[in-house]
Design a protein around this ligand. Structure first.
Ligand code: PLP
Length: 410
């Protein structure tokens, strides 16, 4: 008899986005004329940069000619892209990487979800709360978390609350942990850590033989000069950190799919005899067995981001989103909300007024001003009482939404 992986039964189901869709649908059914503005989406709306599109066309033409056709590529990615990443994304930060420390993939979602496979089943994981749900769910599927309690927390996960009480910055765990997921700039709170704040985590990991899984998917949105773009800017991080990056938000690749993960050869973990092993080797083994590489045209398209035109074009799109972020921040502040994020990230995290729950505030925004966002409770128990808006909409919709929110009766 084929039996299922019963760990899947421990997942609560994709309640958040299906519940949002259900409530919008119910509102639309009752108010067919309603003009609903969605500021909840985590997907980009601006098209690919012209330099990227040109490169894609050229690569597709190559694939259609016998002399330049390519079949399977290297699982870890083509050298031409890895060279550009090292030269442009790391060298200027003073970070030296070898070619075999960068792994091209089809998304940071897959990589942050798959990375847990190379760690022991009994690893204790720590996550910030609220959190990008993939880190939690992938460990639930792997059987590492125990069951979900009535308080919305899994038995064996260590939650690091990020609330107003600690300025939305995680504090070191009080019990020993093995794997620590950090995401900065953060989804959903939009918060960042300065170098000395990140160093606390690197020092902790070095002292406790723990590993930091650092999700830098929103690195390109950093505007302020004193915020680290990579965890490797912190001394010692190359011994304890794996870093994930993505072209999804950086360059509009959410539908095109390209990302990369850095696993320095100096990052070690231990077997049950206490012998150290290179995680780079394990990840290579995992990827070469289960992944067959990102397609050639997509890697050529990603490499085009690093040309001078490509850089200018993607910067102007990021500026566009960050202007939206400023409009949202300022609009909400004028309307009397307590607002976080939106300075170095495309996410704005607000405290709901009058102690409304996240879902009560969702209903109020939808019914009174027809604006949709994401209830903070959907990102973890400590997200209750907060709400996420995103800067990925069009300028027009962002401005209209803010005018409407300012008219809200609080
Ligand atoms: N990491 C974080 C924190 C995200 O918010 C997202 C997407 O929303 C991802 C990773 C996924 O990125 P990708 O499109 O590269 O899979």
């Amino acid at each position: 008899m084929a039996k299922i992986n019963e760990n899947y039964s421990k997942l609560p189901g994709n309640y958040l986005f299906s519940e949002i869709a259900r409530r919008i649908q119910a509102y639309r059914a009752a108010h067919p004329e309603a003009d609903i503005i969605r500021l909840g989406i985590g997907d980009v709306t601006q098209p690919l940069a012209p330099a990227v599109v040109d490169a894609l066309h050229r690569a597709v033409t190559e694939m259609g000619q016998a002399e330049t056709f390519r079949g399977y590529g290297p699982e870890q990615g083509y050298d031409f892209l890895i060279e550009k990443i090292i030269e442009n994304d790391y060298k200027p930060l003073g970070v030296q990487l070898d070619m075999d420390e960068v792994f091209i993939s089809d998304g940071a979602k897959c990589d942050t979800g798959n990375i847990q496979e190379i760690f022991s089943q009994d690893s204790i994981i720590a996550v910030t709360d609220p959190v990008y749900p993939v880190y939690v769910d992938s460990n639930v599927m792997a059987g590492r978390t125990g069951v979900l309690g009535a308080d919305g927390r899994y038995e064996r996960i260590v939650y690091l609350p990020c609330t107003e009480a600690n300025s939305l910055k995680p504090e070191l765990p009080e019990v020993p942990v093995d794997l620590i997921y950090l995401c900065f700039p953060n989804n959903p709170t939009g918060m960042t850590l300065k170098k000395d704040e990140l160093k606390v985590w690197v020092d902790y990991a070095r002292a406790n033989q723990a590993i930091i899984l650092f999700d830098a998917a929103y690195e390109a949105f950093i505007q302020e000069p004193d915020i680290p773009h990579s965890i490797y800017e912190v001394e010692g991080a190359k011994e304890v950190a794996i870093e994930f990056r993505s072209y999804s938000k950086t360059a509009g690749f959410t539908g095109t799919r390209c990302a990369y993960t850095v696993v320095p050869k100096t990052v070690m973990a231990y077997d049950s005899d206490g012998k150290s092993h290179s995680l780079n080797k394990l990840w290579l083994r995992r990827q070469t067995t289960k992944f067959n590489g990102v397609s050639y045209p997509i890697q050529v398209a990603a490499a085009a981001i690093y040309t001078p035109e490509g850089q200018a074009q993607i910067k102007s799109v990021i500026d566009y989103y960050m202007t939206n972020a400023r409009i949202i921040r300022e609009g909400l502040t004028q309307a009397g909300f307590k607002v976080y994020g939106g300075v170095n990230a495309p996410y704005i995290w607000l405290k709901t007024p009058d102690n409304l729950s996240s879902w009560e505030f969702f209903d109020k925004l939808l019914s009174e001003v027809q604006v949709v966002g994401t209830p903070g409770a959907g990102f973890g128990p400590s997200g209750e009482g907060y709400f996420r808006l995103t800067a990925f909409g069009s300028r027009e919709n962002t401005e209209r939404a803010m005018e409407r929110i300012k008219s809200l009766k609080l």
